[in-house]
Design a protein. Structure first.
Length: 95
């Protein structure tokens, strides 16, 4: 049996697939959010309301499912304000 790495799986998924995965993952992390989650939905205040523990869960999911490690220095509002900004960071890390 061959074991496929998450990075290998991620490289086969196109940008639309990664976007769909990210939005579904965010929905799972914000069960109390009562609206549609889109590219411009804020991840914290005024939106999904993700707290620090949810962000850690998100980082683990990104690493496990997409093979992307996000450095502590990248956990900034610039990258984590909205789903679109986070997706741009993920895409940049995937090259």
């Amino acid at each position: 049996m061959t074991t496929e790495s998450s990075a290998s799986r991620a490289s086969r998924v196109d940008g639309a697939g990664r976007r769909a995965w990210l939005l579904a993952t965010l929905a799972g992390l914000a069960p109390r959010f009562d609206g549609a989650i889109g590219d411009d939905t804020p991840l914290a205040d005024g939106g999904l309301g993700l707290d620090s523990l949810a962000v850690i869960d998100l980082l683990v999911a990104i690493e496990e499912q997409l093979g992307v490690t996000i450095a502590e220095t990248d956990i900034t509002l610039e990258h984590f304000e909205t789903a679109a900004r986070l997706l741009r960071l993920i895409e940049a890390r995937l090259g």
